[in-house]
Ligand binder design. Structure first.
Ligand SMILES: NC(=O)c1ccc[n+]([C@@H]2O[C@H](COP(=O)([O-])OP(=O)(O)OC[C@H]3O[C@@H](n4cnc5c(N)ncnc54)[C@H](O)[C@@H]3O)[C@@H](O)[C@H]2O)c1
Length: 246
């Protein structure tokens, strides 16, 4: 498929996992990808895997000035921005007994504030009628995720933000699609540690009997949502979770 021939894509979280798979997938379909991440080496590794046009850019999504500069740099490098995909994110276990303000601030800064800043800035460039934003939320936004209240709340915020933004820009013909993956095999899930004595029975309801998803399967859903195939999709939470919780 060549659904992204000539399409200019600004993508965050491009250095790893779902973001890397998305860069590879969209470029393979013809996109020119401007990949943002704080991990310079990871961005370079993505560049080795991408078959197509790819520009790496190091920035921390929580740094407002850096986000403004990154979006300006993307517009300059690509000539325009057609699609924004917000994938950058972090996950932490935060058992309620030891939950701190620092945990809440960090998770909301990266997951919500980073996403919101990129949306605000990219919307100065996205074209009316064809512009698209895809924001990666999580099934944690709508389903209990034990020991991860702060992460879940930050992803709930990403979902709520996306639904309201979709309503705000639908008049311009710009689509906003929040995507909620279930458990996907990436460094994010590999590095998670649960508290000692955690009751593992809780996890049955957020696991799919299909097993964990692959980053490429989420990238395929992002490609659908961002392409004209998803042209009537906006303001709806697209769960890609192998039936978790059903
Ligand atoms: N893996 C899962 O099971 C899963 C499930 C649901 C949602 N998600 C979401 O998918 C997204 C991607 O996750 P992943 O599994 O690919 O994780 P990952 O750790 O492999 O990739 C996340 C990327 O975000 C980047 N990043 C983190 N903080 C940043 C910052 N402040 N500035 C710039 N870049 C930053 C990291 O450097 C990394 O490259 C996240 O938003 C995550 O919450 C993942």
């Amino acid at each position: 498929m060549n659904r992204f021939e000539g399409v200019k894509v600004l993508l965050t979280g491009a250095a790893s996992g779902i973001g890397r798979a998305t860069a590879v997938r969209l470029a393979a379909e013809g996109a020119h990808v401007f990949g943002v991440d704080r991990d310079e080496r990871g961005l370079a590794e993505t560049g080795r895997l991408v078959r197509g046009a790819y520009v790496p850019h190091v920035a921390d999504v929580t740094d407002e000035r850096a986000v403004v500069a990154a979006v300006d740099a993307a517009a300059a490098a690509l000539g325009r921005i057609d699609v924004l995909v917000n994938v950058a994110g972090i996950q932490r276990t935060t058992p309620i007994e030891s939950l701190t303000v620092a945990d809440l601030t960090l998770l909301f800064s990266v997951n919500l504030v980073g996403t919101a800043l990129f949306c605000r800035e990219a919307l100065r460039h996205l074209p009316d009628r064809t512009g698209v934003i895809v924001n990666v939320a999580s099934i944690a936004a709508t389903q209990g995720n034990p020991y991860m209240t702060a992460y879940a709340a930050s992803k709930g915020a990403v979902l709520a933000f996306s639904l309201s933004l979709a309503a705000e820009v639908v008049g311009r013909g710009i689509r906003v699609v929040p995507i909620s993956p279930g458990t996907v095999t990436t460094p994010l899930t590999r590095d998670i540690e649960f508290p000692e004595g955690a009751d593992l029975r809780y996890f049955g309801r957020i696991r799919s009997l299909l097993g964990s998803g692959a980053p490429e399967q989420i990238a395929a859903a992002i490609a659908f949502a961002a392409s004209s195939d998803g042209g009537y999709l906006t303001g709806a939470n697209l769960r890609v979770d192998g039936g978790s919780g059903t």
